[in-house]
Design a protein around this ligand. Structure first.
Ligand SMILES: Nc1ncnc2c1ncn2[C@@H]1O[C@H](COP(=O)(O)OP(=O)(O)OP(=O)(O)O)[C@@H](O)[C@H]1O
Ligand SMILES: [Mg+2]
Length: 476
């Protein structure tokens, strides 16, 4: 297989990011010619040869002191000198590739570098040395990127986990880490991963999507976005629910953007992803155990500590366990407008999961008390989903309206209705209100002077209702 033959080969000295062609994506036609020599084996063989000489001529201590750009330039020129000394001249396009890939190997994350440089990718998934996938525009696609062998990939994995002070091997085969640009990484290696070292990278998006972008993408309508703004402004206690990669953190970030500048916000995250622009934000990050299994700081510890930090609001990146109790308590004790995300397939499942998390967190409370606590704390659940065509949409804005006997009652205000398929694999659907004009959050809207905005948004959303749609009272 031609290795990266569709790559745009940049000159390393100027650190131009190389671009890997993603199937279906248009790439400028300046790829090197397809010759027999243009094979992964050829490149890897040449790289191995050059690497041996490179070790002898570069001074690692000197390179360490240079700025990244200068280090790249210095190593690239050393590689070129080695290539020029070979008795048989190496074709330019091959030399360029050896330079690029060797510099990436020495200074960066090897074959991952061109993928990491591409901002339009959401995830990078490496399933062993020869099997690399990316997610772009909601779709997963295989890309023409390879590692030499398991050892090569394992070295890159070691380099990544060393960034968080860890090592990965048979005795410690799972690790979460973070790249310098903030991208989230999970590494799992043999014997647990059967295809070889397996890496999953959630790329950090430098420019986080705004609510306007979500409207532009059709993830929500303008009036739906207005309702969300009102929810953010009026200090509703909020859970954003959704499946993996459905856009929960993005949505939380958008909503947190409506928090007033004067408020003190403490954020607790697994690995810092939120980018709040307000001046008075205190970001906290949990810590995994070290190599000896010590020093772990769990999310529940962080959220508990938050309560002693005089927050106006607490934002929890992802609620997964016992911290659910602490977050609900915060919501109940004067930290209105606190929020977090929960992995779930529907708003109702999110409520059930919160209940299970509290029970699992060691709080031996009767189910009814837990549900009461949930019903008294949370005002709204906003649910996001990734559709089978890759599109991400906000499918529910649902409010909690109280308890009926032992059951939490909910009321949908805004829904996404799936109407079919366009015959090309694209889901056809539509957002609308549910006929509710004065939701339970109305009193908060009045208190914050946002009732006209809410009324106008609901009126437009409700005008989209088709006769078969009615408000759904949910029971959990
Ligand atoms: N409405 C949207 N339209 C297009 N892309 C989106 C949308 N929402 C989020 N994304 C993109 O999808 C990716 C995943 O989003 P995000 O991290 O918010 O999901 P998540 O549900 O928090 O994922 P996880 O379950 O892994 O925590 C990001 O790259 C983000 O930019
Ligand atoms: Mg997330």
């Amino acid at each position: 297989m031609a290795f990266g033959k569709a790559r745009r080969v940049g000159t390393t000295t100027t650190a131009t990011p190389r671009v890997v062609q993603i199937p279906g994506e248009v790439v400028e036609a300046d790829a090197p010619p397809d010759t027999a020599a243009d094979s992964a084996d050829e490149v890897f063989k040449l790289m191995d040869e050059v690497r041996v000489s490179l070790v002898n001529i570069i001074d690692a201590a000197h390179i360490d002191k240079l700025k990244p750009q200068e280090a790249r330039a210095e190593i690239a020129s050393a590689i070129r000198r080695i290539l020029e000394r070979r008795p048989v001249q190496v074709p330019t396009f091959l030399a360029d590739r050896v330079v690029d890939e060797l510099v990436d190997d020495v200074l960066g994350f090897g074959p991952l570098e061109p993928l990491l440089a591409q901002d339009n990718l959401t995830d990078i998934m490496v399933n062993g040395p020869k099997d690399v996938y990316v997610e772009m525009g909601g779709r997963i696609q295989k890309v023409d990127v390879q590692f030499r062998d398991n050892n090569h990939l394992m070295n890159i994995c070691q380099r990544i986990v060393s960034l968080v002070g860890r090592r990965i091997d048979e005795s410690s085969p799972i690790c979460d880490a973070r790249l310098p640009d903030g991208s989230r990484v999970n590494v799992i290696v043999p014997p647990l991963a059967l295809k070889g070292p397996t890496l999953t990278i959630r790329k950090f998006k430098k420019d986080k999507l705004k609510l306007d972008d979500l409207v532009r993408f059709g993830s929500i309508t303008a009036e739906g976005a207005e309702i969300i703004q009102v929810i953010g402004h009026t200090r509703c206690n909020l859970i954003v629910s959704g499946g993996t990669g459905s856009g929960k953190t993005t949505l939380l970030n958008c909503i947190a953007g409506f928090i007033d500048k004067s408020e003190r916000v403490v954020t607790c995250e697994d690995s810092a992803e939120l980018q709040l622009q307000q001046p008075h934000v205190v970001p906290l990050e949990m810590r995994p155990p070290n190599l000896e299994g010590e020093g772990e700081v769990r999310m529940a510890d962080l959220v508990k500590n938050c309560l002693r930090m005089r927050p106006d609001r607490i934002v929890v990146g992802e609620v997964r366990g016992g911290e659910a109790f602490d977050l609900l308590q915060a919501m109940n004790t004067g930290h209105d407008g606190s929020m977090g995300t929960v992995h779930a397939n529907s708003p109702r499942e999110a409520l059930r999961r919160l209940e299970t998390m509290i029970t699992g967190g060691g709080y031996a409370l009767p189910a009814r008390n837990i549900r009461e606590m949930i019903a008294n704390s949370i005002d709204v659940i906003i649910h996001a989903a990734r559709l089978r065509d890759g599109r991400r949409v906000i499918t529910h804005i649902t409010e909690l309206i109280g308890m009926e006997e032992d059951i939490i009652t909910t009321q949908d205000l805004y829904l996404f209705h799936i109407e079919g398929d366009d015959g090309h694999g694209h889901v056809i659907g539509r957002h609308s209100g549910t006929g509710i004009n004065q939701p339970k959050i109305w009193s908060k809207a009045v208190y914050y002077g946002e009732q006209n905005k809410l009324a106008a948004a609901l009126q437009i959303a409700n005008s989209e209702i088709k006769p078969d749609v009615t408000s759904e009272i949910g029971m959990v």
